[in-house]
Design a protein around this ligand. Structure first.
Ligand code: NAD
Ligand code: MG
Length: 299
């Protein structure tokens, strides 16, 4: 029998990653193409039911990981999608775009660096040219590099993490809101790190704290335009971000095993929450952060 995202099963054994090796490493930014073991983005399971029919979505970091799973789910729910990614991630972007098109979506890729304000403005401009409007904005691009000692955390890394995770979100959102009609939805990817910051992720965790506050403040600011703003806080999710310096190599084999469900999450397990927040089903939900943490809950 074909399984889909609705198939009832024990969440602890839904993915068997605990028994496989996950200690490979790769350069930053990581690629799904060489992620070992592979992640599940819902390619073979996510079934849509027109929950986003006709919507126009821009997703940053949409080539891989959580962004890829969200893009696939949006496409199968009937949305047209632009994904943004870094030029070095062209192979992942192409794979994702092929899946989106095969799902019946009009889909485009726009490469570029969200830590550059000029690029953020042009990303929104080109997205509007392709899509006609922006009904859904997912600010999901993120940089995470583990540094154990404060001494070793450089100004360059600190600034680049903030520019990517926080400033890029601000620049893209500011440009996009002008093109968003009432009923539109903004979804920011924050993190459990916003609430339970780890030593070694000082720059990253504090950007996620900023994203959480930005989300709640922006929600109150733009509800006068009929736009809702929410965040998703993932726990430990198996993506290239972790294998490319997001975690120290020695922690990778046990990555995600300390949460109550006892395993890392897969990108596919995030997508339904983004679909819910994007769609009109969540009409009374704004300024909210939804945790998808394997039980390592938000406060
Ligand atoms: P990922 O590596 O697949 O995705 C991150 C994406 O960010 C990359 O694909 C890349 O395209 C994009 N990116 C990075 N720097 C960029 C830049 N300067 N310009 C443009 N794009 C850039 O990993 P992921 O885990 O799916 O990450 C997606 C989001 O989820 C990130 O915001 C991350 O912080 C967040 N998150 C991940 C986890 C986890 O455990 N994997 C947990 C909590 C939050
Ligand atoms: Mg990527």
């Amino acid at each position: 029998m074909k399984t889909n995202q609705f198939t009832m099963q024990d969440p602890r054994s839904q993915y068997q990653m605990g028994k496989t090796e996950k200690d490979g490493e790769q350069p930053d930014p990581g690629l799904d193409e060489i992620l070992d073991p592979k992640a599940d983005h819902g390619e073979n399971t996510y079934e849509g039911s027109n929950r986003l029919k006709g919507r126009k979505a821009l997703i940053t970091g949409g080539d891989s990981g959580i962004g890829r799973a969200v893009a696939i789910a949006f496409a199968r729910e009937g949305a047209d999608v632009v994904i943004n990614y870094l030029a070095s991630e062209e192979t992942d972007a192409k794979d994702t775009l092929d899946i989106l098109k095969a799902s019946g979506s009009d889909a485009w890729g726009i490469a570029g660096d969200v830590s550059d304000e000029e690029f953020c403005n042009s990303l929104v401009r080109h997205s509007v040219e392709k899509l006609g409007a922006i009904d859904i904005l997912v600010n999901n691009a993120g940089k995470q590099q583990f540094v154990a000692d404060l001494e070793d955390l450089t100004t360059e890394q600190f600034c680049q993490t903030y520019a990517t995770n926080v400033f890029g979100m601000f620049w893209i959102t500011k440009a996009a809101v002008k093109h968003m009609p009432p009923g539109a939805s903004i979804i920011n990817t924050t993190s459990i790190q916003s609430y339970q910051p780890s030593a070694g992720l000082l720059d990253y965790a504090s950007t996620k704290g900023a994203i959480t506050s930005f989300t709640k403040s922006l929600a109150k600011m733009v509800i006068d335009k009929g736009i809702r703003v929410n965040g998703v806080a993932p726990g430990p999710i198996w993506t290239p971000l972790q294998q490319s310096g997001g975690q120290p190599a020695e922690k990778l084999p046990k990555f995600g095993e300390n949460v109550p469900i006892g395993r890392p999450g897969q990108p596919a397990e995030l997508a339904p929450v983004y679909v819910y927040l994007a769609s009109q089903e969540s009409s009374y939900v704004t300024a909210e952060i939804m945790g998808v943490t394997g039980g390592q809950h938000l406060p």
